[in-house]
Design a protein around this ligand. Structure first.
Ligand code: ADP
Ligand code: MG
Length: 292
């Protein structure tokens, strides 16, 4: 049965934009000792923009832009949308037909064939890098600036690198700082490479991060965190986050998240504000004091 203090706390939360699905989550909230955050769409706004587009030879530009549009038109990934927006500055996407045989490789990127050539757009896991790494030095610098790198390859040869940057949500840094002052461990989970992850973790002020995280890895990490910490919370927004949200003691979804994340979560932050988690922590603490 639900106590008056719990009921009152749930309705206060709702008024402040935090949908708590059951009183037990509020009761447990102030016992949290670790929080795992998805990166894209959770710590960040989730709308990356292209900041750098680098090719080995400028003559190839037009064809590369065309291939990017042809391949990425069929993807709804935020990185795909950003690359289409960027490409539109060079070539009208409406004049380019989407490839009808594009395939998505989960956690890696997208691929398609053109005249017997295999074109692929995605991260390092998508292609076999040759020893001729003309892009290596520039890639290292861009990663150090907390940018996500996407490689455009033709038959496993890198023809362009695209750097993208996603804004950190306005209240992310403050919220992380508060949780750390409360002695709570904060961990970022991201599909990005280790160098980019490190730069972002530093920018946000996170104590830990797990990089090159494939969708199925998130659950594994959550299980490990549950061994290490008494009460673990996971915050995410994507389809890929849903299993991890279910694995955590408390799963939290951003209001702008996908339906699956919203359904799976125990708590929804309607206005996508991580600062609301700090409110919930105080609310939980007060409520538990009254109950006792
Ligand atoms: P995340 O939410 O971390 O981006 P995904 O599983 O959606 O997780 O994608 C993992 C990685 O695969 C991305 O970070 C990116 O490197 C690559 N990727 C996926 N889809 C695309 C795409 N359409 N274009 C380019 N890269 C992609
Ligand atoms: Mg996300």
């Amino acid at each position: 049965s639900i106590t008056p203090a719990t009921l009152s706390a749930i309705s206060t939360s709702a008024r402040r934009g935090m949908l708590v699905k059951s009183g037990v989550h509020l009761e447990n909230f102030d016992k949290i000792t670790a929080i795992a955050f998805d990166k894209t769409g959770t710590l960040t706004v989730g709308r990356p923009d292209v900041t750098d587009f680098i090719t080995r030879t400028n003559e190839e530009d037009q064809e590369i832009i065309q291939r990017i549009i042809q391949i990425e038109k069929g993807s709804s990934h935020p990185l795909a949308e950003a690359m289409i927006r960027y490409s539109a500055n060079h070539l009208d996407p409406l004049t380019v037909n989407a490839s009808d045989e594009m395939t998505e490789v989960t956690g890696k990127g997208v691929k398609a064939n053109f005249n017997g050539d295999v074109w692929a757009i995605g991260n390092e896991k998508l292609f076999n890098a040759s020893s001729d790494n003309w892009y290596e030095q520039q890639a290292t610098v861009l990663k150090g600036h907390a940018k996500t790198l996407v490689y455009v390859t033709k038959n496993d040869e890198v023809v362009a690198i695209v750097a993208l940057k996603d804004e950190i949500r306005q209240d992310t840094i403050e919220a992380i700082k508060t949780f750390q002052s409360l002695g709570i461990e904060t961990i970022m989970l991201t599909g990005d490479n280790i160098k980019t992850a490190e730069a972002i973790a530093e920018e946000v002020g996170l104590s830990r991060y797990v990089a090159s995280c494939m969708p199925e890895d998130k659950v594994t990490v959550l299980k490990e965190l549950r061994e290490e910490f008494d009460t673990v919370m996971m915050v995410g927004d994507g389809i890929n986050d849903a299993p991890a949200l279910a694995t955590a003691h408390i799963g939290v979804a951003m209001g702008a998240g996908t339906d699956v994340a919203l359904e799976t979560a125990d708590i929804i932050l309607i206005k996508n504000k991580l600062s609301k988690l700090v409110d919930l922590f105080s609310l939980s603490k007060r409520m538990n004091t009254i109950v006792k």
